[in-house]
Ligand binder design. Structure first.
Ligand code: ADP
Length: 498
C-alpha cells in the first residue's frame, strides 16, 4: 500500500476545488495546474502549490500531458487526479502516469480503453448476462447485412459511433429509405469527430429515461453499487438536472440494475469509482449503454444520499486499500437533487452566454451544497465548458428536496450573464417532474423560451402601470421643461434611459 502525500489535480474549476478540499482533509498536499485564462481562479489560490501550464486553449494547458508530468517531477507529486473531462478517460495518459511511477486516481488503462469504445464494452459484457439494447455488437462492414438487421429490430433505429461521446455521433433512422444517407453521414461524422469511422446500430428507444448506477471497486475484487442517479432532464443530449434516488426505480429494480452494473465492472476488472449508464424504456426495462470510467459531474447527489465522500474513496482505492464497507452497509438517506448552473441562455436555445459575473451570491442554508469555481467579478472563459456551478440540495423526501432546490434557486443571485437557473426552476415546478413521469424529451415536450419571461397577474400589471405613471410624474418635476436644460439634467435623463 502506497500512501499519497502530494496530489496534483489535472483539472480546473469546481471539480479541481472539490477534489483538493477532500485531499486537504486527508492531510495530503495539493498541487494545482492552470492555464493563463485561469490565473485568478479559486482552485489556484486554494492549492498548496500551483503551476501555470501555458496558454488558454486546452491542448496547450489542461490536455498537455507532458507538461503536467513535468510539473509532477519538479514538485515531487506522487498521485494525479484527473477529475472529469480533459485527460480523465485517456488510457494513454493513465499509462504514461503509471510509467512515470505516479499513481493515477482512476481505473487501469485497460479498463479505460475497453469502456472507451462502445463496441468493445458490449463485447466485454457479453458473458455477464447484462441487458443490451437490441442491435449489432460489431461495426457495420456490410450495409446490406445491416439493413436486414435493422428490419429485424424494427424502425426507428439509431446509428451510433463506437468512439462517440458527449451525445455526438448518433443518427436516428426512421425508415429503410433513409438508411444509406444516414449511414454515410454517421460514418463521416464519426471520422471527423473521433478519428474512428466504426458505427453500429441499436433500436431507438422512443421515450427513454437515462438512469445510471454509481459503483466503487477496490483492487481486491470487491465491487459495490451506490444506487442510482436519474439524469433524464437533458438539453442537447446533455444532463442539466440529476437526482438520487430516481422516482420510478423500485427496490427490486434497483437491486437488478445494481447487480448488472457490478457485472459490467467485473467484465473489465474495474477498480476505482465508475458509472454504468442505462437507458430505461417506458415499461421500465433497462439496457446497458456505456460505462464512464471516472468521477461524474453529478456525483454529489450520491454523496448526499449515501454519506460517502467519493473522492476519498477514490484516493483510498488508488492507495491499494480494500473498501471499508460492504453492499449491506449502504443505505439511501433521503433525497438529493443537483441543478447545473451553466452560463447559457435557455431563451436562446441554451447557447453559451459568456461574460463577467457582475453579481454572484451563493444560496445558503440547511441541506444546501454549492460546488463552484468562480467568484463575483470573474470572467467565464470561452475556452472551456461553460458550467459555473452545481447547486445540490438534500431533503428527507423527494418533495422536500424539490422545494429546497427551488428556494435555493430563488436565493442564488447572478447577474452579468444568463444561466440555466430559471430553466431549472421551471423544470422542477413542472407537473411532469413533480410526478416523476418524464423522460429525456422533457425539454422538447414541455419547454418554450417564453415561459421564462416574467409572468404578471392582472393585479400586478395594474400596480406596475400605476408605478410607471408615478415614476414619470416625479421625473417631470425634476426636469422641469420651463427650466433651460442644464448639462446635469441631460446626463440625468441619458443615464435613466440607458
Ligand atoms: P454518449 O457517449 O455520447 O454520451 P450515450 O450512449 O451515453 O452516448 O447516449 C447519450 C444519450 O443519447 C442518452 O442519454 C440517451 O438520451 C440517448 N440515447 C442513447 N442510445 C439511445 C437509444 N438506443 N435510443 C434512444 N436514445 C438513446
Amino acid at each position: 500500500m502506497k500512501k499519497i502525500t502530494k496530489l496534483l489535480v489535472a483539472n480546473r474549476g469546481e471539480i479541481a476545488l472539490r477534489i483538493m478540499r477532500t485531499a486537504r482533509e486527508m492531510g495530503i498536499r495539493t498541487v494545482a495546474v492552470y492555464s493563463e485564462a485561469d490565473r485568478l481562479s479559486p482552485h489556484v489560490r486554494f492549492a498548496d502549490e500551483a503551476c501555470c501550464l501555458g496558454p488558454a486553449p486546452s491542448n496547450q494547458s489542461y490536455l498537455a500531458a507532458d507538461k503536467i508530468l513535468a510539473v509532477c517531477k519538479k514538485l515531487g507529486v506522487d498521485a494525479i487526479h484527473p477529475g472529469y473531462g480533459f485527460l480523465s478517460e485517456n488510457a494513454a495518459f493513465a499509462k504514461q502516469v503509471q510509467e512515470a511511477g505516479i499513481l493515477f486516481i482512476g481505473p487501469s488503462p485497460v479498463s479505460i480503453e475497453v469502456m472507451g469504445s462502445k463496441l468493445a464494452a458490449k463485447q466485454a459484457v457479453a458473458a455477464y448476462a447484462i441487458p443490451l439494447v437490441p442491435g449489432t455488437d460489431e461495426a457495420i462492414s456490410d450495409v446490406a447485412v445491416a439493413k436486414v438487421k435493422a428490419k429485424e429490430i424494427g424502425y426507428p433505429i439509431l446509428i451510433k459511433a463506437s468512439a462517440g461521446g458527449g451525445g455526438k455521433g448518433m443518427r436516428v433512422v426512421e425508415s429503410e429509405a433513409e438508411f444509406d444517407e444516414q449511414m454515410n453521414r454517421a460514418v463521416s461524422e464519426a471520422i471527423s469527430s473521433f478519428g474512428d469511422g466504426a458505427v453500429f446500430i441499436e433500436k431507438y428507444i422512443s421515450s427513454p429515461r437515462h438512469i445510471e448506477i454509481q459503483i466503487l471497486g477496490d483492487q481486491h475484487q470487491n465491487v459495490v453499487y451506490l444506487f442510482e442517479r436519474e439524469c433524464s432532464i437533458q438539453r442537447r443530449h446533455q444532463k442539466v438536472i440529476e437526482e438520487a434516488p430516481s422516482a420510478v426505480v423500485s427496490p427490486a429494480m434497483r437491486k437488478a440494475m445494481g447487480e448488472a452494473a457490478i457485472g459490467v465492472a467485473k467484465a473489465c476488472n474495474y477498480y476505482g469509482a465508475g458509472t454504468v449508464e442505462f437507458i430505461v424504456d417506458e415499461h421500465l426495462n433497462f439496457y446497458f449503454l456505456e460505462m464512464n470510467t471516472r468521477l461524474q459531474v453529478e456525483h454529489p447527489v450520491t454523496e448526499m444520499i449515501t454519506g460517502k465522500d467519493l473522492v476519498r474513496e477514490q484516493i483510498w482505492i488508488a492507495e491499494g486499500r480494500p473498501l471499508s464497507f460492504a453492499q449491506e452497509d449502504l443505505t439511501i438517506q433521503g433525497h438529493a437533487i443537483e441543478v447545473r448552473v451553466y452560463a447559457e441562455d435557455p431563451k436562446n436555445n441554451f447557447l453559451p452566454d459568456i461574460g463577467r459575473l457582475l453579481t454572484y451570491r451563493r444560496p445558503q442554508g440547511a441541506g444546501i451544497r454549492v460546488d463552484d469555481g468562480f467568484e463575483e467579478g470573474m470572467d467565464i472563459p470561452i475556452y472551456y465548458d461553460p458550467m459555473i456551478a452545481k447547486l445540490i440540495a438534500h431533503g428527507a423526501t423527494r418533495q422536500e428536496a424539490i422545494t429546497r432546490t427551488i428556494r435555493a434557486i430563488d436565493d442564488y443571485q447572478i447577474s452579468g450573464i444568463q444561466t440555466t437557473l430559471d430553466f431549472c426552476r421551471f423544470a422542477l415546478s413542472h407537473d411532469a417532474f413533480q410526478s416523476g413521469q418524464f423522460d429525456t424529451k422533457f425539454v422538447d415536450r414541455y419547454f418554450r423560451p417564453e415561459f421564462l419571461e416574467p409572468q404578471f397577474t392582472e393585479e400586478e400589471k395594474i400596480l406596475l402601470a400605476a408605478l410607471a405613471v408615478e415614476f414619470f410624474e416625479v421625473e417631470d418635476k425634476q426636469v422641469n421643461p420651463t427650466t433651460p436644460l442644464s448639462p446635469a439634467n441631460t446626463t440625468h435623463w441619458t443615464n435613466r434611459l440607458t
